[in-house]
Design a protein around this ligand. Structure first.
Ligand SMILES: Cc1cc2nc3c(=O)[nH]c(=O)nc-3n(C[C@H](O)[C@H](O)[C@H](O)COP(=O)(O)O)c2cc1C
Length: 355
């Protein structure tokens, strides 16, 4: 499995959902950086299950055990390794369905790739639980980026057909990270939660979009063609389970616009040149232009649903149906926000360190 990412800041994720534990090794961190472990835990707890109704009932404390790379609260500069124990595994939920691949999940492709040798329990290494180590790495990178003036924000942009107010692309947004359901418009948030509850009552699931913004990222970082900021960010974002689309700035809307509207026009201000708008999402020619880096990330509906679905029975080699009664989120989006922020933090620190 290729679970490594990065050029200067390299992360390596390991573990399976129902194995002894999961974790991450982060290599290439600058030495002597102060790390506030309470902030790391706060970010990780936003990913953990159970913060809003409709979330999976799996209870994980997600306490990382730091094995190396931190000394007296500072990074040593040598590999930082954190392990998170799996404490609430219920493999019987999956053993019943092991021979019936879950539609939309990685059971069938995992079988095709590894010939049955991979651990299938709870999705094994394909499980979003692996993102706990990823979020830990993101929380570390985020604190280092903050010392350089870079801040990362995200909110639920949409769930099903309900949309929150979008970020103003040129200003620092409201920080909604501490909200149990992180939206800018509370009424829209209530409607979204009702959509999730309704999907759950229907034994079904729904998807949605996360909007993320990084402010304070300086102009002139990133590289043209394949090392560009959009492709680097996309490559790490598509590592998050259930991500099916990524767009920057005006994204797909830009295809319906015209040049005079979509171009971001430079203007002299007292403190230098800035752009008057941010349709590009902070990236032109693959290089940061000093405007906020703005992107959106689409998540598909949770594959595991209790409603009967068509699948195959590999024991009996015949067509069959499956009803997945395990513990699942009817919508993964609310728990995905810190994971998206982590992806942004790891990627932007990597680009920063490349210079
Ligand atoms: C935070 C989060 C939680 C998830 N929880 C579940 C879950 O409970 N059940 C499930 O079937 N899929 C869940 N997923 C999605 C699957 O992990 C994912 O769809 C699967 O690994 C296949 O990968 P793909 O959708 O990227 O192709 C979750 C994803 C995220 C980001």
């Amino acid at each position: 499995m290729s679970s490594m990412w990065g050029n200067k800041i390299k992360i390596s994720l390991f573990g399976e959902s129902h194995g002894a534990g999961i974790g991450v090794v982060i290599d290439g961190l600058p030495s002597g950086m102060d790390i506030d472990m309470d902030k790391v835990l706060a970010m990780m707890s936003r990913r953990a299950p159970g913060r809003y109704s409709g979330s999976t009932s799996r209870k994980e404390t997600d306490i990382p055990q730091v094995m190396s790379g931190l000394y007296h609260g500072k990074t040593t500069g040598t590999p930082l390794c954190a392990v998170i124990e799996n404490t609430d595994t219920r493999s019987s939920d999956y053993e019943k369905t092991a021979m019936k691949p879950r539609p939309g999940h990685a059971d069938l492709t995992g079988l095709a790739r590894y010939g049955g040798a991979n651990d299938p329990r709870g999705g094994g290494h394909f499980s979003a639980r692996i993102m706990a180590g990823f979020t830990f790495a993101g929380a570390i990178c985020r604190q280092i980026l903050e010392t350089k003036g870079v801040q990362i924000f995200s909110h639920i942009y949409s769930i099903s057909d309900v949309e929150d107010v979008p970020y103003n692309p040129i200003t620092i947004p409201e920080d909604v990270a501490s909200k149990s359901f992180p939206v800018l418009d509370e009424e829209k948030g209530r409607q979204m939660q009702e959509r999730i509850a309704e999907a759950s009552r229907q034994l079904d699931s729904i998807g949605g979009i996360v909007e993320c913004m990084a402010t304070g990222f300086p102009a002139g970082l990133g590289r043209p063609i394949f090392g560009n900021i959009e492709s680097r960010l996309s490559s790490i974002l598509y590592g998050i389970p259930a991500v099916k689309g990524v767009e920057f700035g005006s994204g797909f809307e830009a295809a319906r616009s015209c040049g005079s509207v979509n171009n971001d026009h430079p203007h002299f201000f007292d403190n230098g040149i800035r752009l008057l708008s941010n349709h590009a999402g902070g990236v032109e020619g693959g290089i940061s232009n000093g405007m906020p880096i703005l992107f959106r990330c689409a998540f598909k509906p949770t594959p595991s649903i209790a409603k009967a679905q068509d699948t195959v029975n590999l024991d009996e080699m015949k067509n069959d149906t499956i009803e997945i009664r395990g513990r699942h989120d009817a919508c993964v989006v609310p728990r995905a926000l810190p994971i998206v922020e982590a992806a942004a933090a790891i990627c932007l620190l990597d680009i920063f360190e490349e210079g």
